[in-house]
Design a protein around this ligand. Sequence first.
Ligand SMILES: [Zn+2]
Length: 299
Amino acid sequence: MAWFKKSRKPIEPASGKASKIPEGVWVKCPGCTQAIYNKDLAANLQVCPKCGHHFRVGAADRLRQLFDAGEWIEHDPGLASTDPLSFTDTKPYRARLESSRASTGLQDAIIVGSGRVDGHPAVVAAMEYAFIGGSMGVVVGERIARGIERALADRAAVILVSCSGGARMMEGALSLMQMAKVSAALARLDRGRLPFISVLTDPTTGGVTASFAMLGDLNIAEPRALIGFAGPRVIEQTIRQKLPEGFQRSEFLLEHGMIDMVVDRRELKATLARALRFMSPPALPEAEPAPETESAGAR
Ligand SMILES: [Zn+2]
């Protein structure tokens, strides 16, 4: 026999009636665990107004935040992967592409566009994490390389916002080649004396960190972003040592000289504008008008 007896009936379980609040109106912040009104979050560039936690931003939103008046001309939106290796892991790569295309409305994990950033002509590329982890395959590499070439032709600056799990393993060695291709294009940009600013957001890892993300004339990271090549578990197993607190986060990398600045997203555009003002090339000299007195004298 039980020592205690429940004299009252247990409280009735919640009825099936759904809450009146539609899903997604409130977001729980992983930084401070407080509930934030979704519209407040959007108005604050997806940064928690209470603790400053930076939520991940999609590629289109990112471009909207950076370009003047939120306007840009997109380049090569139609480029799409052809699954060159007919790759299958737990499911076929083609099926992964299809579902990512359907959920993001993009052909691949990046948007590249031209426009103006605080009046400065710029080509800005933003990676889309929702598309197969923002991985860099042939299409991502090709679009970035073409964007850089366009910047060279237009004498524009290049700003690359990384948000990526690294190279796309479903395209094997072809995706690794993009590291060299983009790096070579950036070298041409450098010879053209045009600025390249790399913005590293959470997460920037693998082949993206190992190539263009760390090649900026200025490397700017968002606060608390995970930035690294291999993950901490792999490193710990390799070196057989415990990693220090905050390892591979923006602030740690800044302290150790791997990046130049950690900038709050709400300050990002102003910081980019200031950097572009400082780094932008002087305008090409215009054809000098013939001095009047001289031409008059020659006649
Ligand atoms: Zn918060």
